[in-house]
Design a binder for this molecule. Sequence first.
Ligand code: ZN
Length: 432
Amino acid sequence: MIPMGYGNARRFLAKLAGPAAPEGWQGGLPFQYRVGPGPARLRLKVRSERGAGALHPIWNTFGIIRGTTYPDEWVVVGAHRDAWSPGAGDNVSGTVTVLETARAFAALARAALRPARTVVFVTWDAEEWGLMGSTEWVEELEDSVNAHVVAYINEDDVASGTRFAAAASPSLKPLIRDLTHYVPEPGGHGTVYDAWLREGLSDTSALRLDNLGGGSDFAAFTHHLGIPSASVSFGSLNGVYHSMYDSYAWMTRFGDRGYRAHRAVAQLVSLAVARLANAPILPLDCAALGGELAGYVTDLDSNLAARHWSVPTAALLTALTRLAAAGQAFAAARDSALADDLPAVRAAQVNRWLMQVERRLTRPQGLVSRPWNRSLEFASDVDNGYSTMAFPSVNEAIRFADPSTAERELADLVNHVDQAREAIEQATAALR
Ligand SMILES: [Zn+2]
């Protein structure tokens, strides 16, 4: 991607003929945007690196605080360190948030308050080139990451405004939503939750968090391995993303004056890491997971109806409803076990099972169209890498007009949901 100023863009765009670009692509310059080809001809000077000259080493950096009680359970918090441009928002903001959280945990450790779980602070390299640093690390250490990582928090372009936005695996949404009550809003006097409510981005009872799409370092954790992940940020409508204007001067004067959004993100992330690292039972909400996924069956139904296929989804809805019920039963059993002082050894067994829940919504062979994507829960949309597709194995079969694959994938999905529910039931049994 090469961001350019409007003055240059105008000279190119104004000389394109051909069909009109779709409505969503029409921009702010005073003429209709067209897609070409021609009639204008351009000469472009490209400087490319080839052969050995095109090879550049990349580095991920790690800081680790070993947990006192559950050292083999790791909470990972990361941000990419490379940038297209000056990158004050994308991604100095994320990098400094990780560093600030690390600083807070280091201060606590020096005061003999180490986290119960191990916390891994990481900055990734070469994200902008295709999520390379995080993907290489997760792939190379797949067995360890699978065995140890309980959750991943991603920080990418987190403070380019004051409007709160977050995306997370459904099992982590209640945790993130809860934490917004404890952090002051960047631009005012209430909490982040108050500001979110005021903006009226959703109804008052359950403020909405997005699902994780693509285009950042959570992909290897959540879409490849099924590890619960989250990302929180403050943003605004601005045009500086991936441009030379994403600079220190812009950030200081316009993006985040006073750096209050930076501070709010650091506080939110530190709280999230603290909860994930210290709660005796991992704060993963399986009832929320089942409930939210059950909601997406309606979308699946309308996608099937649009094709005029009669592929029944009742079994999937039943399986997800049972998973949600198992999640509720687990939560009740967990609360009474915690009231009775659950021993750490038993808690560790419970957590082993909880970690399995979303991992069981993956399969080794991945999606038919994209084998690297092993999650059957969500994938980035094949036609738009930044947006999300729920139940991708089934929805892609619908999109590719393949009814027999859709039916087979639906049965396979039900099977995985049942296995995930069994992990929740095992976790409940381990509490007793
Ligand atoms: Zn970024």
